[in-house]
Design a protein around this ligand. Structure first.
Ligand code: GTP
Ligand code: MG
Length: 219
């Protein structure tokens, strides 16, 4: 189970690493809801659309010895914020590109983001594709606009991790972030002392893209 790692309980054999993660995707696919589920284990039926971006952190334990801290940039999907995106995916170690399985246009948008990340983001960025709102098709399969097989075939071809998720029920949300953590270069992680993580771990660039002002910091 994911926990925030308590300071001062870190053994010498344990590892700590922090990674920058960015969420991208069309507006209303559920990016903020996935983050809210992952970070606070909550869900809102009526969420305000994100303005600019929001910043949150979450720490998970992969095993007794390995702690991964995600520094999460939840971007705004509305078209008018599109030009801000490079500021958030710059130096990102990993990305979650989200679509809504009941809206076929949202997968087209997700594919555009994947292309942009593969061209312009970090060379080694780990990208996960998340088909969200799985709960909507559980009782009403006719609501589904994108089959699992089609999305999975695309994800395999583009070398992406792939999950269908529900921020509402929490299905596959933790699995998604855990799978990303497991693909990150944890062998470069340093001692489980956050101060030491800057030396041995994967460090974040000290960037302030001018968004922290508008962002929500829950760290
Ligand atoms: P922007 O901030 O505009 O980019 O949107 P977003 O991608 O962050 O979407 P957001 O999380 O705000 O969710 C949009 C709407 O979809 C909200 O009303 C959520 O309650 C709803 N929603 C999000 N995830 C799910 C889900 O898994 N299932 C269902 N049924 N609704 C969801
Ligand atoms: Mg949002």
């Amino acid at each position: 189970m994911a926990t925030r790692s308590p300071a001062g309980t870190r053994g010498s054999n344990s590892r700590f690493a922090q990674f920058k993660l960015v969420l991208l995707g069309e507006s209303a696919v559920g990016k903020s809801s996935l983050v809210l589920r992952f970070v606070k284990d909550q869900f809102d039926d009526y969420r305000e659309s994100t303005i600019g971006a929001a910043f949150l952190t979450q720490t998970i334990s992969l095993d007794d010895a390995t702690t991964v801290k995600f520094e999460i940039w939840d971007t705004a999907g509305q078209e008018r914020y599109k030009s801000l995106a490079p500021m958030y995916y710059r130096n990102a170690n990993c990305a979650v590109v989200v679509y809504d399985i009941t809206q076929s246009s949202s997968l087209d948008k997700a594919k555009q983001w994947v292309k942009e990340l593969q061209r312009q983001a970090n060379e080694n960025i780990i990208i996960a594709l998340a088909g969200n709102k799985l709960d909507l098709v559980t009782d009403q399969p006719d609501k589904r606009a994108i089959t699992t097989a089609d999305a999975e075939a695309y994800a395999n071809e583009a070398n992406l991790l792939f999950f269908e998720t529900s921020a509402k029920t929490s299905e596959n949300v933790r699995e998604l972030f855990t799978a990303i953590a497991k693909k990150l270069p944890l062998d470069q992680a340093g001692p489980r002392n956050p101060r030491a993580a800057g030396r041995g771990g994967v460090t974040l660039q000290p960037e302030t893209p001018g968004t922290q002002k508008g962002g929500i910091c829950t760290c």
